[in-house]
Design a protein around this ligand. Structure first.
Ligand SMILES: NC(=O)c1ccc[n+]([C@@H]2O[C@H](COP(=O)([O-])OP(=O)(O)OC[C@H]3O[C@@H](n4cnc5c(N)ncnc54)[C@H](O)[C@@H]3O)[C@@H](O)[C@H]2O)c1
Length: 308
């Protein structure tokens, strides 16, 4: 199939490109390299250095004629969205809409988007199912939620097969420390540089907040399954397992064999205490489940970072 991956020079998008190429698909990447890197580009994919909001996107669709669009280009920082809601909406909503309109005009069959379980999960129910009520704590959350609804609209109105994957905290090789869920990348770099790791304790949670950490290769497997299953709507992609920050730090220190100071600090404003996704729906409909434990995934990530 001809698959257009936006954000294919970034952390998650580049792994998806690699998987599509390895399984015989024809891939084109659209990326403006704002946070992505040329080194992540798969040499067997066509590369368009273009902004998803730009006029040139019409030419990209015209030249490549994608059958599937996999959308990973985004403004991905939650705090940045709070400071810059207009910019966030420009990229995450207007950018998405421009892609959806081009997809409709060019007869794209399937549109897959990266949504966020961290931003949209109902913290009142752990593990959180897709059906919970999100807390809209940032413009980023609002935009991801609205994006899911736009996909629903294109599905209902134009019959485009649309799918939103709500990711848990994705980690693995190529992740940079500045994203939505960068703690693994931050602590890995701190440990390699001999810098301290700070854990933010929360009331009743002295070991820090819990998160659902999913290894990027497991996430990529869900994208492979999405091409062969006729599913639409919203799906969580997570492990259903909570890991607190101190446990994560202990794993990384053990793997590294190094010692750095670990400090326990007070809670930061806006920190969610717990986040974990129910993966029953994706297991039932796509047969997906994770295969990489946190200990194994962290080892793979640490080994990659050490050899940079
Ligand atoms: N990392 C996580 O744990 C996580 C969790 C939930 C959701 N997500 C979502 O997954 C997607 C990918 O995230 P990531 O962590 O790989 O981030 P990333 O920054 O590594 O990748 C995003 C890519 O999009 C490109 N890009 C940004 N704005 C663009 C624009 N206007 N035009 C063209 N290209 C543009 C960047 O250069 C980059 O290569 C995002 O939608 C993010 O919100 C990530």
């Amino acid at each position: 199939m001809r698959i257009l991956v936006t954000g294919g020079a970034g952390f998650i998008g580049s792994h998806i490109v690699d998987e599509y190429i390895a399984t015989g698909h024809e891939v084109a990447i659209v990326d403006n390299l704002s946070t992505g890197h040329r080194d992540n580009l798969n040499p067997h994919a066509r590369f368009f250095e273009v902004d998803i909001r730009g006029e040139q996107m019409a030419e990209v669709f015209g030249q490549f004629r994608p059958e599937v669009v996999n959308h990973h280009a985004a403004q991905k920082s939650v705090p940045y969205s709070v400071e810059n809601p207009l910019f966030d909406a420009d990229v995450n909503l207007m950018g998405l809409l421009k892609l959806l309109e081009l997809s409709r005009q060019h007869g794209v069959q399937q549109f897959i988007m990266a949504s966020s379980g961290g931003a949209l999960a109902d913290p009142g129910e752990i593990p959180s199912p897709e059906t919970g009520t999100p807390l809209f704590l940032s413009p980023y959350s609002v935009a991801k939620y609205a994006s899911e609804k736009y996909l629903e609209f294109y599905q209902i109105t134009y019959g485009m097969q649309t799918l939103s994957f709500r990711y848990a905290n994705v980690y693995g090789p190529r992740q940079t420390p500045d994203g939505e869920a960068g703690v693994v990348a931050i602590f890995t770099q701190n440990i390699l540089a001999g810098r301290p790791c700070k854990i933010y304790a929360l009331p009743g949670m002295p070991r820090g907040a819990t998160r659902d950490y999913v290894y990027v290769k497991d996430l990529v497997a869900a994208h492979g399954l999405a091409l062969t299953h006729n599913v639409t709507g919203v799906y969580n992609v997570g492990t259903g397992i909570e890991t607190d920050t101190e446990t994560l730090t202990d794993h990384l220190l053990t793997i590294s064999g190094r010692r750095v100071p670990v400090s326990i600090e007070g809670a930061r404003a806006g920190d969610l205490a717990r986040s974990c996704l129910d993966n029953g729906k994706i297991l039932r409909d796509l047969g997906w489940s994770f295969t990489t434990s946190v200990a194994d995934g962290l080892r793979l990530t640490y080994d990659w970072a050490r050899n940079l």
